[in-house]
Design a protein around this ligand. Sequence first.
Ligand code: ADP
Ligand code: MG
Length: 344
Amino acid sequence: MNSFSKNISLVVIILVCVAGCGRHDTHTFRQTHMGTYADITIRQEDFAQPHVTEAVNEAFREIERIDHLMSSFRADSVISRINRTPRETPVQLSPDVLAVFREAIRLYSLTKGAFDITVGPLVRQWGFYSQEIVHSLPHAEEIQKALEVVGTKYLVLQPETESFYLEKDGMEIDVAGLAKGYAVDRAIEAIRAHGVRSALVNCGGDIYCLGAKSEQDPWKVGIRHPRNQKKVIGLLRLVDTAVATSGDYENFVTFGGERYSHIIDPRTGRPSSSRVIGVTVIAPQCVTADGLATALFVMGADEGMRLIETLPYIECIIISEQKGSDELEIAISSGIGDRVTILR
Ligand code: ADP
Ligand code: MG
């Protein structure tokens, strides 16, 4: 086949919330946001309480608000406006964009550039902003040219004035790698503010488990088999923590039989070519879990695991393909303890 075919699916493919499955002890509200499903699950016993309904509504409004600020697909988003601003022109930042930029800069440094919100020009070249079929791969020279303006180090924050500027012409910010996680954190904040102590927010596989599901039970989150959507290969038991997943099966292009991930390696300018096919990260905040899941995909299992083992309160599960074998390799960080069960 001599053209890209796209698979940009709406469904949450890897992380399936199995909270209360079949037992009807929880109630899930669903809306569509940020190109995916946003689910908010609460205990059945809280369902009829007016402050809980208000909390859920407010949480959805927060997710929508963050999408309006951060989307690369909306011409009127703050990010799109930033991308139209000439270089070296200071741009004032709202508290949300400032928080996301700060976390992005921290992750850029932690991951030695594997996580980079200035990948926009590369994402564009590989056709991920377009709904249309792309008929050829970008040329090496085009990639090289785009790489010249890729680097979070060219995004200069000026904390004293809560502003920043871009150092190079043609730079393009893309916060999709952590915006959903940030939206989940904001949704949880809204739920907490209404006095609700138990809820689960899931935005396209970026999840926060507030409190526990019940006095006896933690929240349970299943990890789907990256190559067989019907199969759950792991079960997580979580309380008061975030968990996020990145996979190569949700959003990719194929060309000449090869599958190209929408996660770009900013060091080569090409879709990530690690053998990793699924990453799940547990972290105190969903914005961190989301960003690191994207980064580990680029870094690969060995380098990724080495990083995670140095970070307190952060754990991961990295699923890789082995060359010439159908067997998957599953690497689990040492501090995860009994929070995970792998079902082979
Ligand atoms: P998903 O929820 O589909 O797994 P991710 O959170 O993994 O999405 O983010 C992928 C998106 O992040 C890409 O579509 C692109 O816009 C952006 N992106 C791609 N490569 C990188 C990278 N190396 N660092 C940061 N963001 C990236
Ligand atoms: Mg991510």
